[in-house]
Ligand binder design. Structure first.
Ligand code: GLN
Length: 277
């Protein structure tokens, strides 16, 4: 009796690519195979004929089936890189986006003291807060999230990375201990209810509470901009991410609340995606 011939890395990747489709099927297939085999993606290129043991083939096929059904690669792997930090993710939180690294970059350019107090509102995985803590060891970084599972995840990521992060469970400012911050950052939900984008790709599997904010997408930004000055030191900064078409209305919110030096900044796709004041 002959046993089933084992499949090679390249065969598995090719078969998966044909089924996965979408924008980056090869990358997706390589990430999933790397996850089950423990081999690096470069290894697949260097040794495409490497056989894969049957139990790993089975595990890989389960992941591919999930991807074919539209599940985000980050949720299938349980982690996602942000600012070169490996972060655990779960379907309770938004998957950190490369565009949000722009927010981190802008925050790092602000003229802040070495021991600045910083707050990340709606931290999810802790991505923004942990990126800032990793770059500025002197900053005292805190973060909050309304969802208990996100709070636990952010704490777990901080611990795994060995970065100090205080995390509170709080809906925006509602449950925070009294404090004043030099910088408040946030990537709140900002998509309009019923937006076509919500029916496409990874966002279908992400929590709507992290994405959608009222008929114009600005409900949460309105609240944050309105309340932030009560939590900032004089001269403190508020820096938020928003939709690429929300620059003008968000600047207007900042100005109406009395912020000075209000400016929008572009993301890596040259679209207005951040506003600060
Ligand atoms: N930028 C994300 C998207 O368009 C949305 C993130 C958010 O609402 N904060 O998928």
């Amino acid at each position: 009796m002959t046993s089933k011939p084992s499949r090679t890395c390249e065969q598995l990747i090719r078969d998966a690519v044909a089924r996965i489709g979408g924008a980056s099927p090869r990358l997706d297939a390589e990430l999933l195979l790397s996850h089950v085999t423990g081999l690096s993606r470069t290894r697949f290129r260097a040794w495409p004929e490497q056989p894969v043991p049957a139990d790993q083939v089975e595990a890989f096929e389960r992941l591919v089936a999930g991807r074919v059904a539209g599940q985000p690669v980050a949720y299938l792997l349980g982690h996602q890189e942000f600012w070169s930090l490996p972060l655990k993710v779960s379907p309770a939180t938004l998957i950190p986006r490369p565009d949000t690294e722009c927010l981190v970059e802008v925050a790092l350019t602000l003229p802040l003291a070495e021991q600045a107090r910083v707050l990340d509102l709606g931290t999810g995985t802790g991505a923004i807060a942990l990126a800032l803590a990793s770059e500025r060891p002197g900053w005292r970084v805190g973060a909050c999230d309304r969802i208990a599972e996100a709070v636990a995840l952010a704490r777990c990521n901080a611990e795994a990375l060995g970065l100090p992060l205080q995390v509170w469970q709080s809906r925006w400012f509602d449950g925070l201990p009294p404090a004043r911050f030099d910088l408040i950052v946030s990537n709140p939900p900002y998509i309009k209810e019923g937006d076509r984008h919500l029916g496409e790709g990874d966002v279908r599997f992400e929590p709507p509470s992290a994405l959608v904010s009222g008929p114009d997408g600005l409900n949460d930004l309105r609240e944050i901009v309105q309340r932030a000055p009560d939590w900032l030191v004089p001269g403190g900064w508020l820096l938020v991410e928003h939709g690429y078409d929300q620059g003008a209305p968000v600047r207007a919110l900042f100005q109406a609340r009395g912020f000075a030096r209000v400016e929008s900044r572009q993301d890596y796709g040259a679209r207005e995606r951040l506003t600060l004041g």
